[in-house]
Design a protein around this ligand. Structure first.
Ligand SMILES: Cc1cc2nc3c(=O)[nH]c(=O)nc-3n(C[C@H](O)[C@H](O)[C@H](O)COP(=O)(O)OP(=O)(O)OC[C@H]3O[C@@H](n4cnc5c(N)ncnc54)[C@H](O)[C@@H]3O)c2cc1C
Length: 496
């Protein structure tokens, strides 16, 4: 990869290429797609340079934090689709599903024994960050991570952006170059050496291909020692489902995004976050599809650097501008923050002003206090909060506006902010299909002041922004939402 995209490449050790290796290995960890994927593109380029075939390995372990039916179903649906695509297009793809904790240990190193180099996804949070840090020194071949997370390469920021305005300035300066150097649609079309790679029978006996389990994921998933209470949801984890959803959004939601995005009854946001999280679709594709809906005659020449302000940059349809600010600036500020801040999930990583004001108000009396499971089962006194939690628990998602209120109230109804943070991380990551993402930590830490500024001082919140269910009910359309989740939530809570 050339030019600006070199800023996406991270060489994690100093080892030499094994030119006698049988293949280049691409370990697909989070960008679980064959299209618009910079890491795959880099792996193909390296394979071509060495005149070697490429082996793509995609796996799923069963003992990651918060492992549950919900995530396993979503991921295996995507893996089944990838397997079919690989079979139809005849390239070397090997997928593995772990059936008990530890069964897959050693697999990656065994595959790497015959490889020239290992390429994988750069991802700044959760177990993928840990994996990349832990395995890098253990290889005696190059271990290279490639950032295919967003439009702005990680290498373009040199420290954790402290707010969206700061990051937006960097985005605005680099948008056109980055957009023009987007990922290739089908990097595998460029692969020159298409020789078949044969995995040994010993290897396949120990680590069988995922074929049969992908045919019947329900039976397989039921047999695993994971959390079965967090159940499957209606969303399908395939790329096809992601592309359909994007298409529906650009045809319907986009033209009213600005006006209706905050109204839960309208359901006019894109709903892309689950597929973005599991890498079934790239941010670049979304931006491209949306820019094609700018008014007739609009071109990249209409873009003007606007010193980090929200409006006046794309200079097209305000709905498109508003949506792009979310999917580029707000999405990526959290990725870049976590990339530069290893303590992204620690309370102490909050800005100094927030830590100070929360500390000052730590002992303020709280009218309501709930424990984790009361929150989890929607057992608070607040109908709207319970409805949001019910939507999260049962459907794996909360509408964006309510997600903010949902978080703010946990800060108010727990003994102290540190406990609130622990509860929010647990609730979000236990239930949200898009959880365990850099945006999970952006959203949760925003509740406590990250990326925000000081507001008028109040009890409990101090100078951290405050929200109420009452004002939310006044501001946004909620009647249908409450009918759908409200009573059901309360009824359920009563039964528990
Ligand atoms: C307490 C709390 C927890 C959150 N947890 C998560 C999480 O686990 N995973 C997650 O992806 N997002 C999280 N968010 C951010 C945001 O709520 C979701 O990204 C958004 O609601 C997803 O819905 P959508 O795809 O319809 O968004 P759209 O409005 O259609 O926006 C398109 C995309 O832009 C990005 N985006 C939109 N709003 C935000 C935002 N406020 N911050 C960062 N990126 C944004 C997302 O990638 C989203 O998919 C959280 C926010 C809060 C306040």
């Amino acid at each position: 990869m050339e030019g600006i995209n070199k800023q996406r490449i991270f060489e994690r050790n100093d080892e030499q290429l094994n030119e006698d290796g049988d293949y280049v290995l691409y370990w697909m960890q989070i960008n679980r797609r064959f299209q618009y994927n910079f890491a795959l593109e880099y792996a193909v380029e390296l394979a071509n340079k060495l005149n070697k075939p490429l082996l793509i390995y995609e796996g799923l372990s069963c003992d990651y934090p918060w492992a549950a039916d919900r995530f396993h179903h979503f991921i295996t649906e995507g893996m089944a689709e990838n397997l079919e695509y690989a079979q139809n297009n005849d390239f070397n793809y090997y997928s593995y599903l772990e059936d008990e904790p530890g069964a897959g240990s050693g697999l990656l190193y065994t595959l790497a024994d015959d490889a020239c180099a290992v390429i994988t996804d750069e991802f700044p949070v959760f177990i993928i960050r840990e994996h990349n840090e832990q395995v890098a020194p253990k290889f005696d071949i190059p271990f290279i991570t490639v950032d295919s997370n967003g439009l702005i390469p990680f290498g373009l920021t040199d420290k954790a952006p402290y707010n969206a305005y700061f990051f937006r300035k960097i985005m605005q300066r680099n948008f056109i170059t980055c957009y023009k150097h987007g990922p290739k649609k089908n990097p595998l079309h460029d692969l020159e050496n298409e020789n078949d790679i044969t995995l040994s029978s010993d290897f396949l006996e120990k680590y069988p291909r995922a074929y049969s389990h992908l045919d019947n994921p329900t039976g397989f998933i039921n047999s695993l020692d994971i959390n079965h209470e967090v159940g499957k949801i209606d969303l399908e984890g395939s790329r096809e489902a992601a592309l359909n959803r994007l298409d529906q959004f650009v045809q319907n939601g986009l033209k009213v995004y600005d006006e209706k995005r905050n109204d839960p009854d309208e359901e006019k946001t894109s709903g892309m976050s689950p597929w973005l999280h599991f890498g079934k679709i790239s941010e670049y594709e979304i931006v491209k599809a949306v820019l094609e809906h700018q008014p007739k005659g609009w071109s990249l020449d209409d873009i003007t650097f606007n010193k980090g302000s929200t409006g006046g940059f794309f200079n097209g349809d305000p709905n498109v501008d508003g949506f792009l600010d979310e999917v580029i600036t707000w999405r990526e500020v959290g990725f870049h923050f976590a990339h530069h801040e290893p303590d992204y999930d620690q309370y102490e990583s909050l800005p100094g002003w927030a830590l100070k004001t929360l500390e000052k108000h730590k002992d303020d009396p709280r009218e309501y206090i709930y424990d984790l499971e009361e929150f989890a089962q929607s057992k608070t006194h607040d109908e709207l909060w319970n409805a949001a939690q019910t939507q999260l628990r049962e459907e794996g998602i909360i509408h964006n506006y309510l997600r903010m209120l949902w978080g703010k109230k946990v800060l108010e109804w727990t003994p102290n902010p540190e406990t609130a943070l622990v509860y929010l991380i647990e609730l979000n990551n236990r239930y949200a299909i898009d959880g365990r993402d850099p945006n999970s930590y952006s959203g949760i830490f925003w509740i406590f002041g990250r990326f925000d500024r000081a507001w008028q001082e109040r009890p409990i919140y101090g100078k951290v922004r405050y929200m109420t269910s009452k004002s939310t009910r006044r501001k946004v359309k909620l009647d249908e939402y409450l009918q759908r989740y409200g009573n059901r939530g309360s009824q359920q809570a009563l039964e528990l």
